[in-house]
Design a protein around this ligand. Structure first.
Ligand SMILES: [Zn+2]
Length: 116
């Protein structure tokens, strides 16, 4: 209703036929939208029915062999997350070993006996 009032107000200078014409246009596009939505709803309902029928078929394999308890699932998820953690950044690094003099405690770039 607000839209119609606005339309009429906006077109107060123009002849009323213009307002009516615009109203008719607006109504037409609204009806068009409704029809589109109606089609969409029908499509969704059909899809939903299909899904329901799919769900109705028994999935015994979930109930029997393959069931996971919540704790087992969490455990698996934790392991998966840990496996995904970057390998390049271990929490405890081994002490550095120099590839020049092979002493532990410094690296080649800071080696005191490195030839310059
Ligand atoms: Zn060294």
């Amino acid at each position: 209703m607000e839209l119609i009032k606005q339309l009429i107000q906006r077109n107060s200078q123009s002849p009323p036929t213009e307002a009516i014409r615009q109203l008719a246009k607006a109504a037409e596009s609204t009806i068009h939208k409704v029809l589109l939505l109606d089609q969409e709803i029908k499509g969704l309902r059909a899809a939903n029915e299909k899904q329901k029928r799919k769900r109705a078929t028994p999935r015994s394999f979930i109930a029997t062999g393959g069931a996971l308890t919540g704790a087992e699932g969490q455990q698996l998820a934790q392991e998966a997350i840990q496996a995904m953690e970057p390998v390049g950044v271990p929490k405890k690094r081994a002490p550095p070993r120099c590839s020049n003099c092979h002493q532990v405690g410094h690296i080649r770039t800071s080696c005191p006996s490195r030839p310059r």
